[in-house]
Structures are given as C-alpha cells and as structure tokens.
Design a protein around this ligand. Structure first.
Ligand code: SF4
Length: 102
C-alpha cells in the first residue's frame, strides 16, 4: 500500500471516530443543563459567533478547519466556553476568539 493511500485510510478512520465525539459533546452539553448560546445575543454577535462554521468560511478572519471542537477554549465535557460563560456552544460553531488546541 502506498503512503498516500495509507494516509487517506487513516484520515477516514479518524473522521469516522470524530463523529461520535461530536454527538457525545452535544448530549453532554444538554445533560449539563447549560443553555445553548444564541448567535443573536449581543455578546455572540460581537465575536461573530455562529453555531455552524460553514456559514463563515468566506470571512477573511476564518481559519480553515477551525471550529469550536478544535478550539482551546472548548470544553468537550459539557460544551462550555469561558468566552461565553454560562452557555454551551455548538461543537461545529465558531467565533473570532478561536484559538488552536496546543
Ligand atoms: S472561543 Fe472557541 S469554543 Fe468559544 S465560541 Fe469561540 S470558537 Fe467556539
């Protein structure tokens, strides 16, 4: 098997493994009792928060493949984000405060 085919298969397996994690984070966010952040409230609008990163992919400040799920502020245990204290954010969301996980 050549290395590009091996890499393709590995990425496919990783992608398949990621889908259940997204579902778990949503379930846990609901179980935590945190309300989901409304993108229309003023604090969310100030940082251009969206619950669907695909809606902001054309913005110049959007970094490719950045979502709440791979943001250093995101808590995968309950979906909380300290930038929006008291709320859970969508795993596939995004805002201008996004920082990569180190
Ligand atoms: S700071 Fe990170 S986790 Fe919080 S809303 Fe913005 S992108 Fe999502």
């Amino acid at each position: 098997m050549n290395s590009s085919r091996r890499t393709f298969i590995k990425r496919g397996l990783l992608g398949a493994a990621t889908i259940p994690l997204v579902n778990i984070s949503f379930s846990e966010a609901k179980a935590s009792g945190l309300p989901m952040l409304d993108p229309n409230i003023i604090n969310a609008k100030a940082l251009a928060y969206t619950d669907d990163y695909k809606t902001v992919q054309s913005k110049p400040e959007y970094k490719p493949d950045s979502t709440c799920l791979n943001c250093s502020y995101f808590n995968p245990e309950n979906g909380a984000c300290p930038i929006f204290a008291g709320f859970a954010v969508a795993a596939e969301g995004w805002c201008r405060a996004w920082r990569p996980v180190r």
